[in-house]
Every structure is written in structure tokens, then in C-alpha cells.
Ligand binder design. Structure first.
Ligand SMILES: Nc1nc(=O)c2c([nH]1)NC[C@@H]1CN(c3ccc(C(=O)N[C@@H](CCC(=O)O)C(=O)O)cc3)C=[N+]21
Ligand SMILES: [Mg+2]
Length: 281
């Protein structure tokens, strides 16, 4: 039997259409919602992501202000820009594209963003609110994964969820969100013993390690839900995930593809966070 392929692209479209409707109704009273996007340097992948974010903004009815700064921009200049955007009443969300160049401290920049404008959900205040179950901004990729499962009628309560990867932007926050959904959560990483055996216990397997096609069918229980957060290039330069899709699609019950899986959901949730920041103002 072959797995259901979860169409993240379509679900992201649905979410953006809902947000577009919502913005149309809100906008006359409060002026246009606005996201400031800050990109430092020449990273090609970052430029593509930033372009996609701006296109999504345009679609939903969010104004985007773009700050594309040269590689040589100093940390002080970036911090000064963030302060200026924090102060501006007509800016509701601030996104500083990561990674920043090596001479700039990512954490310091993130901590400088007003938590009320932190639509990435990376500020320690928002991370803290997530871990104690208070309202706040949840980082977009983990939020997108939960939304993807909810809209695909995937039951999370009481399920065994295994996560591969413990990063601050995916592994740790998705663990918190899965707990909130009443799953039993195991977070694995590079020092985990018998990784494939641990993964094989999972009803829901979430993979975020950044290694192309690392997860093969030996990791996957028959009928399990497999969520692939990876974005890599394979030996032919083609976009691929952390999961060997062709191998795992035969054993999984449901699986997300790359592209058109989790990636588009990240952007949809960014739009959702921007609308939320705007509504709260
Ligand atoms: N401050 C910050 N916030 C982020 O949210 C952030 C970031 N920095 N740095 C980089 C990562 C990566 N990320 C993606 C967003 C969309 C797709 C996406 O739309 N992917 C498409 C394919 C895109 C393509 O063709 O390359 C898909 O999977 O179908 C992927 C990855 C956001 N990130
Ligand atoms: Mg850095």
C-alpha cells in the first residue's frame, strides 16, 4: 500500500485565501498590515525565500517593506534598523532573514526585535511563552507542521511522536507543540543510540536534521505519518528532503513531499503571524 501524500502547497493556498479574506475585512479600519523584511548579504537561497515571502504578502494584502543590505553591513547598523522598525507604528511584523553573515550575532539581533513584532517567534519571550503554554508568536515551520496535520485530520493526541533534530527553530518548538497536542514526544539527535529503532516506534515521525534522504524505510513503522522538514539538494542538484521519499512512501500511512510539503506552510504561517500582529495592535 502506498501512503497518502500530504499536499502542503494546497493547504498553504487555503490558509492564504482565508487570510486574504480576513485582511480585506480588517484593512479599512486599521490601515494596511505591514511586514518589514531584512536581508543582509548575498546568499542566493535566502534571496529566493525572501522573494517568496514578499509574493505571499502581496497575495494576502500585507504591505512588505524590503531592506536588502550589503554583506559589509555592520552589526550596529542592523541593530539600529531593528530599533527604528520597533518604533514605527506602521510596521507590525519584523523578519530578519537567517542566517546573518558571520560577523553579526544572530541571537543579539533576534533579542533586539520587539517580541510583539517578532513574527518568526524566535525571541526568547515568545519561546518562553510557547514552553509554558501562553499566547505568543510560534515559529512558522513548527506551527505549519501542526496546521498541516490538523487540516489533514491526523490525530495527535496519545500518539507516539519521534522528532529527529533538536534545533531552536524546529526540533525544540515542534516538541513543545506536539506536547500541547497531547502526543508522547521523543526528541532524538546525533548522539541518540539505535536511532532507526527509536524512530520505528513512532506513529508520527518528524525529521529536521538537514541531511539529504537520511531517513529510509528502516526508520518507518507501517502506516506512520512522516513529516519531512529538510530542504537539501541531491546529487543531481534537485530539491530533496531529509527523508528518502521513494523508499518511505511504500511503508508510511501519510507523508509530506519536498518540495510542496512543509516549505509552503512556513510561509503561510508567517502570513498568519503577520495578520495576528496587526490585529493585536
Ligand atoms: N528569519 C527566518 N525565518 C524563516 O522562516 C527562515 C529563515 N529565516 N531562513 C531560512 C529558513 C527556510 N525557510 C523556508 C521557507 C519557505 C520554503 C519553501 O517555500 N519551500 C518550497 C520550495 C522553495 C524552493 O523552490 O526552493 C517548498 O518546499 O515547496 C522553504 C524554506 C524559512 N526560513
Ligand atoms: Mg551570525
Amino acid at each position: 500500500m502506498s501512503a497518502e501524500i500530504i499536499n502542503g502547497k494546497q493547504i498553504a493556498e487555503d490558509i492564504k485565501n482565508e487570510l486574504k479574506d480576513k485582511v480585506e475585512h480588517l484593512v479599512s479600519a486599521k490601515g494596511q498590515p505591514t511586514l518589514a523584511v531584512v536581508l543582509v548579504g548575498e546568499d542566493q537561497a535566502s534571496k529566493v525565500y525572501v522573494r517568496n515571502k514578499k509574493l505571499a504578502c502581496e497575495y494576502v494584502g500585507i504591505r512588505s517593506l524590503s531592506y536588502e543590505l550589503p554583506e559589509a553591513t555592520t552589526q550596529e547598523e542592523v541593530l539600529a534598523l531593528v530599533h527604528e522598525l520597533n518604533e514605527r507604528d506602521d510596521v507590525h511584523g519584523i523578519l530578519v532573514q537567517l542566517p546573518l553573515p558571520a560577523h553579526i550575532d544572530d541571537d543579539l539581533v533576534i533579542m533586539t526585535i520587539d517580541p510583539r513584532k517578532d513574527v518568526d517567534g524566535f525571541h526568547p519571550i515568545n519561546v518562553g511563552n510557547l514552553s509554558i503554554g501562553h499566547d505568543g508568536f510560534v515559529s512558522c515551520t513548527p506551527a505549519g507542521i501542526i496546521e498541516l496535520m490538523k487540516r489533514s485530520q491526523i490525530e495527535m493526541s496519545g500518539k507516539n511522536c519521534v522528532i529527529i533534530g533538536r534545533s531552536n527553530i524546529v526540533g525544540k518548538p515542534i516538541a513543545m507543540l506536539m506536547l500541547r497536542e497531547h502526543a508522547t514526544v521523543t526528541v532524538t539527535h546525533s548522539r541518540t543510540k539505535n536511532l532507526s529503532q527509536v524512530c520505528k516506534q513512532a506513529d508520527i515521525l518528524i525529521v529536521a536534521i538537514g541531511r539529504a534522504k537520511f531517513v529510509t524505510k528502516e526508520f518507518v513503522k507501517e502506516g506512520a505519518v512522516v513529516i519531512d522538514v529538510g530542504i537539501n539538494r541531491d546529487e543531481n542538484g534537485k530539491l530533496c528532503g531529509d527523508v528518502d521519499f521513494e523508499d518511505c512512501v511504500e511503508v508510511a500511512g501519510a507523508i509530506t513531499p519536498v518540495p510542496k510539503g512543509v516549505g509552503p506552510m512556513t510561509i503561510a504561517m508567517l502570513m498568519s503571524n503577520c495578520v495576528k500582529a496587526y490585529e493585536k495592535k
